[in-house]
Structures are given as C-alpha cells and as structure tokens.
Write a protein that binds this ligand. Sequence first.
Ligand SMILES: *Cc1c(COP(=O)(O)O)cnc(C)c1O
Ligand SMILES: [Zn+2]
Length: 429
Amino acid sequence: MSAPPAPSTWQVCASCGSEIPETDPHPRCPRCRGLLELYHQPPAQGGNALRATFDARWGVRRGALASGVWRYCEAVLPTAREHILSYPEGNTPLLASAAVARWAGAPELLLKHEGQNPTGSFKDRGMTVGVTQARRVQARAVACASTGNTAAALAAYAALAGLPALVLVPKGQVALGKLAQALAYGARTLLVRGNFDDCLELADQASERLGAYLLNSVNPFRLEGQKTIVLELLQQLGWEPPDWIVVPAGNLGNTAAFGKALKEGRAWGLIDRAPRLAAVQAEGAAPFAQSFREGFAQRRRVEPHTVATAINIGNPASYERAVRAIRDTDGVVTTVSDDEILEAKAIVDGAGIGCEPASAAALAGARRLIREHVIRPRDRVVAVLTGHVLKDPETVTRYHQELEPRPARANRPIEIEARLAEVERVMGG
Ligand SMILES: *Cc1c(COP(=O)(O)O)cnc(C)c1O
Ligand SMILES: [Zn+2]
C-alpha cells in the first residue's frame, strides 16, 4: 500500500508543534491555542528557475497572476488556485525621492508605497489571501479587530466575496478615512469603548461564538500575503537584496511576515543573503522595542498612546514570530517620537508622495538609525510606506492648520475676500 501524497501546505502550531491541515478553520491551535504558521513544501524548482517564473508573470494583465500577491502563489498559497479572490492588489511602486533621501541622510533610500493598494494600505495583501481562505473553508461570515486599515480591507474584500463582515474598532481611535471605508463597504461596524487590545480579545471570543472566520493578523494566511511586500520589492530590485528593510511595527504582523519571506527566500535560493530588518515603533507604543533593548528576555505590554493610530498597540499579537524575524535577520528595533513621525510625514507628503502617520514612522526610524550609525550612509535602504495620505485627513489638517506652536513645515491656508486685490495682497504684491 502506498501512503497518501504528502500535503504541499500545512499549518504548524508555534507553541506545541502540532501539525494541522491547511483547511482547518480554527484561528489558533485547536490543542493549545498557540499561534499557527503555514509551511509550504519548497517549490520543485528553486533559485534561478523560480525567479524566472516570477519574472515571466511580471506585467500579466488579467486573472489572478496580475496580482502582486498571487504572482508569487508558490510562496503564498499554492493550493488555492480555484478559490482566489483578488482585486488585484500589490504591484506597488518603489519610489526614489531626492528630498526624502536628503532628509533621512540616506542617498540610496527607496520607498515601497503600500498605500497604493486598492483600499490604501498593505492590509489588502493579507486580506486577499485571508478571504480566499475563508471561501475555501466555506465560512458564513468574516470578522476582525482593527486599528482601521484591517477593517477597511476586510470590509472591501468581504463585499467582493459576498460575505457578511463584522469589524470591531476602538471608539474614537480610528482615523476618519478608515472608518469611512468600513461603513461604505458595508461591514457591520462596532465602535468598542476600549482600546485595540480589548477589540482583539473580543473579536477572538465573538468569532468563535458567532461562527465567523477570524481574520486578525494572528491569522496565518494573512501573513502569507504580506510576505509579498518583500518578494515584490526584491523582484523590483532585480533580486539584488537591499542592505536594510525598514518597517513600522504595531501588532508585528508585517515584521513576522517579512522575516518569514526572507527565510524562505534564502532557503529556496531566491536570494543569497537577507537584508537586515529594522522595526520602528512610536515611543508611546513601544513594547517590542523595550523587549529588544532587554535582549528579548521577556514580553512587554504597555498602555499605548501615539498619533500614529495604526501602530497604537500595547500588546502585539505576533510578538514571538517577530522576535524570530529580528533574530534571523540580525535586525534591530527602534523608536521615534510623535513629533519625529509628524515631521517625517510632512517630508513625504511635501515630496508629493504622501503617507499616513504610521508609515512615516519608518522614515523617521531610518533617519534615527543613520544618525546612530547603525545604518551606514551608503547602505541601500527600503522603507515601507504602509498606508495612504488620505487615510488620516484629520492629522493632516491639524498639523497644517491648528498645531501651536506652528510646526516649521505647516502649510497654513489663507482665507480671503473674493477680490483680486486680496490675492495680490496675500501673495506679497
Ligand atoms: C497595520 C498597519 C501597521 C502596523 O503593522 P503590523 O503588522 O500590525 O505591525 C502600520 N501601518 C499601517 C498603515 C497599518 O495599517
Ligand atoms: Zn498547539
């Protein structure tokens, strides 16, 4: 008798090591509630041949392979072909800006603009895989807790799939654009009187009680999609890895996903060395940076307070896998103040590129690491801009119109009577 063929993809519990079929819909290990992780059998063809496969798909215009996520389906979810739900997403630009590079002190700095995704953040890359998986397991509904962008992405992809969506967001702590998207795309939206960490716990319990498929970033399928930020930027660089990848860090899903992408990328021969990861937290929400300074001796939690709502998280869910990512890549974790975040944002915005506050933390962090000589001035650095400038219009208008003392880069609008003389007057004759 021959054994059944080994599955090409399966889930493994990071805590107890149990192997679980890939179509098991539990968001955590059914035995010990540990976090799950996906394993793919390495593609038959690695190295050059795999790169050539990905390169041959560049520029495909229709179908799932037109997506900047599903282009890498061998590395994302090779078994999902029939169920793929794609906008498409990804295919985001890698931008060079002399003004931004000068401010950061890094001439070789590039910006990977994930705000150019369909709903305006990198969350779409995870959500196309998450909702695809929801369809594979025949979920009746999907749910998540969110600081806003996950809610926007879930709401949009659930609508595309024709699935009801439930989102739980912290009342008063979600940027205007994100809340507007969740409502517009038709998700049942609960404004929770509590913080993000409260929402996360509640979503966990509620999804189990209501039988909804949970699509928080603990969901391992989302992380598979987010890996493609790294794969795509490597491909855009001709598979020549940069020296550093700098990313804002909140719940640590991206940090974890980037670590996994780089580990697999090396194991499969896509790259021969990994860039170093730099995770950047806001000073007021920096439990991971605190753990890093203590050599990851223990997990920390804090009461979070930062202007960058997307990283206003005190107890990051993907802590353990992010620790592995930092260790595996000889990475670092640093912090930046809210003032530095707003200044970095004004620089990116003023360059005509634009991003939301959390994204600007990556740039502010890159500048700090260059000043501390951790990143060398000639290093090739890619900073990931995670979200679009229109996500958080309130922070933009507050900075330019209201903040006192007036920030150096504030662009105050001027109100006038409807007369040419008035225009001439304010324009200085
Ligand atoms: C979700 C999000 C982050 C934080 O990413 P994590 O994976 O939670 O660390 C940063 N920036 C933006 C714009 C986000 O939406
Ligand atoms: Zn387990």
